[in-house]
Design a protein. Structure first.
Length: 65
């Protein structure tokens, strides 16, 4: 998963929470993310572009660290 902005992401289908770790070390949880969005992101060529277009500012989030 090469990305210049996103280090790692993980999805919990039970809670529909998407956890994203950025290369800066900041970690966010995005809430009520449909599983289909996660699968599309996983398959996307540009993780950063997909994140900006379909996830960022689209879902409620909280910063963990």
């Amino acid at each position: 998963m090469p990305s210049s902005v996103i280090r790692f992401f993980k999805y919990d289908p039970q809670t529909a929470v998407l956890k994203v770790t950025f290369v800066t070390g900041k970690v966010y949880e995005y809430l009520s993310v449909p599983q289909e969005i996660y699968h599309q992101w996983k398959a996307a060529f540009s993780k950063g572009q997909f994140f900006n277009e379909y996830i960022r500012d689209k879902f409620t989030f909280r910063m963990l660290k």
